[in-house]
Design a protein. Structure first.
Length: 128
């Protein structure tokens, strides 16, 4: 049995956890990012409107895609993701959905502001 629920732009609750949908674009395709308390998760995106950024502002932790350094049709580049995090100013940001084209972990990490890290397999984030 399947019980389908359509996710709109209205916050909803699952098991006492409120999720706030954030509309972003993956090239021209609308997709959802989500905020839970002070944590926002954004992947497969290359555009966030000013209105939707307001839903993200104030997040202490943001996970966002940063595919590679070269332009891509549907994902934020490394520099675009850095600029966006500098605009949104979380305490901590993690880059995910990264390509081998970005470079070696240790070398890429040296190019990041202190509040941004590359995500890695097994990373656990506590949401309070």
């Amino acid at each position: 049995e399947i019980d389908l629920h359509t996710i709109t732009n209205i916050p909803f609750t699952v098991n006492d956890i409120t999720l706030t949908p954030i509309d972003v674009l993956h090239y021209k395709m609308p997709v959802k990012a989500f905020r839970i308390k002070d944590f926002s998760y954004i992947t497969d995106a290359n555009f966030i409107s000013e209105e939707e950024k307001q839903k993200i502002k104030g997040s202490k932790i943001i996970v966002i895609n940063a595919l590679r350094k070269e332009e891509h049709i549907s994902h934020f580049t490394f520099n675009q993701a850095i600029e966006l995090m500098e605009e949104l100013k979380p305490e901590k940001a993690y880059f995910t959905h990264i390509s081998h084209q970005l470079g070696l972990h240790n070398e890429v990490s040296k190019q990041l502001p202190p509040f941004i890290e590359l995500a890695y397999d097994g990373l656990q984030i506590e949401i309070n």
